[in-house]
Design a protein around this ligand. Structure first.
Ligand code: 5AD
Ligand code: SF4
Length: 470
């Protein structure tokens, strides 16, 4: 069983890089069989699912579009809030019925939930699942599947291998022009509300050579954009003991020829001058920053263990705006942290106004078993929490709209993703500032290209414009 307590102690965790080798022993396990992966949660999970798809296809499986008619279904789960887990129980319930009709179907559950002791117990005891594996075990997937075919018993591998860095695993990327690139794994921040440091293990960085080579390879394959991933990318390199930081990595990646670099997620305490300078200097680093603030109240920030203050956060924002004047800033905010008062909530609203966020993911605090905050008494009623969330959303929605309005009449560069669902004859993509932009065109050959669009209209969730010739 995984133990959250042990995870917190970070005992005996060595970082080791495992280079994935395809073992011909498992070559044909998936021949003639199909797979479907449900992915929940963050971009880290999306990147992990691409690796699992790569591993599955390397042993013969083919991708299916219908989960209920697949030979293997994997649920890549998220544990960050309770409602994320509720959804998984629902899907497992549906699959139960399907498995009764198709006893050969294998169901696997992986990602963050199996790293929680109680969730794993519940899965083992109450659900018809064949394979249960954690975030640190996905390179053993062929072996786990082989075992599951051999035995009728549940195959469980959730042991923490928290120092693992997996390299050279095959990947099936969802997009042909945008790619996730993990630069580090795990988190050592231990914000008091958050389960991630327990489920994802200690903070560990990939070598800069492996990252740079991956991006160079993507450039060769025609990719236009990479998003660098980590729970706290600003801590990149700290564990490597070299004098090479996230800012250095941005400068180096800028030289690879990739057109667009984005990154997520940042921690306000670790966001440093060099990174901000790289945002100013590197043409490929996009003028958008997602900088989760969580709260605007200093006492709450302290109890959350965020290690910065309202004033410290604003100092970084003001410096960024000085260096990259048209930058777009988005954030994450939690309302209803245990015992948050109306006055403390008002401080959050004040900060939202002062920064001028152009987008925010807003959450009601959700107690996660095993985290320090879950033990705190809480005197904020559910009704009050919802009311605060609604007031916050009203304000942040104005920010979204203003963020789009400022581009009306201007020409923006859009990396075209797909045909738009926003009406016949429209296509869509994202501008440099990460604004979803729809424009009139039915030319599918534009997908994966960067085009110029003159913005004519701003809505809360997107902008509309016309293609302009170069
Ligand atoms: N309750 C509510 N929101 C949470 N987050 C993380 N843990 C919790 C929790 N227990 C939010 C934070 C984080 C984002 C990914 O999820 O805002 O930045
Ligand atoms: Fe969770 Fe804090 Fe780590 Fe983000 S920085 S993953 S909120 S512990």
């Amino acid at each position: 069983m995984p133990s959250l307590k042990d995870a917190k102690l970070r005992r005996n965790i060595d970082v080791s890089t495992v280079r994935y080798v395809i073992n011909d022993k498992y070559d044909n396990i998936g021949k003639g069989k199909s797979y479907y992966i449900f992915t929940y949660g963050c971009q880290g999970n999306e990147a992990d699912s691409e690796v699992m798809a790569g591993i599955l296809e390397s042993i013969g499986y083919t991708k299916s579009t219908d989960p209920m008619n697949s030979d293997l279904v994997l649920l890549n789960t998220c544990a960050i809030r309770e409602n994320a887990e509720q959804r998984i129980w629902g899907v497992l319930g549906q699959l139960k019925g399907r498995k009764r009709e198709h006893p050969d179907m294998l169901v696997g559950i992986c990602g963050c939930m199996p790293q929680e002791e109680n969730a794993t117990k519940k899965i083992i005891e109450s659900y018809d699942v064949d394979i249960i594996f954690g975030t640190h075990n996905r390179h053993h997937l062929p072996e786990l599947i082989a075992k599951a075919y051999e035995s009728k018993a549940k195959v469980v591998e959730v042991l923490s291998n928290e120092g693992l860095i997996l390299e050279d695993a095959p990947k099936i990327r969802e997009s042909k022009h945008k790619a996730w690139v993990n630069i580090m794994f795990g988190c050592d921040e231990f914000c008091t509300y958050c389960i991630v440091p327990y489920t994802r293990g200690r903070e560990r960085s990939r070598s800069k050579e492996d990252i740079i080579n991956e991006v160079k390879d993507l450039v060769k394959k025609g990719y236009k954009e990479v998003t660098l991933l980590g729970q706290n990318v600003n801590a990149y390199g700290k564990d490597l003991g070299e004098d090479y930081t996230f800012g250095d990595l941005l400068y180096d990646l800028d030289k690879t020829g990739i057109e667009r670099i984005r990154y997520t997620t940042s921690h306000p305490r670790d966001l440093d001058e060099k990174t901000m300078l790289a945002m100013r200097d590197c043409k490929s680093v996009m003028p958008h920053l997602h900088l989760p603030v969580q709260s605007g109240d200093n006492d709450i920030l302290k109890i959350m263990n965020r290690k910065y203050t309202y004033e410290g956060y604003m100092e970084k924002i003001n410096r960024l705006k000085e260096l990259v004047p048209d930058i777009s800033i988005t954030t994450d905010i939690i309302v209803g942290f245990p015992n948050e008062t109306e006055e403390q909530f008002q401080n959050t609203l004040k900060l939202v106004r002062e920064v001028g966020f152009e987008g925010a993911f807003t959450f009601i605090y959700s107690p996660r078993e095993g985290t320090p905050a879950a033990k705190m008494k809480d005197d904020v009623s559910e009704e009050e929490k919802h009311d605060r969330l609604n007031r916050l959303i009203e304000l942040t929605n104005q920010g979204y709209l203003k963020g789009h309005e400022r581009f009306v009449g201007k020409v923006v560069e859009v990396l075209v993703d797909d045909v738009s669902k926003n009406g016949e004859g429209m296509m869509c993509g994202y501008s440099k500032h990460l604004k979803l932009t729809h424009f009139k065109s039915d030319d599918k050959s534009l997908i994966g290209k960067i085009v110029k669009v003159k913005v004519t209209e701003a809505k809360t969730w997107f902008m509309i414009g016309d293609l302009v010739e170069d």
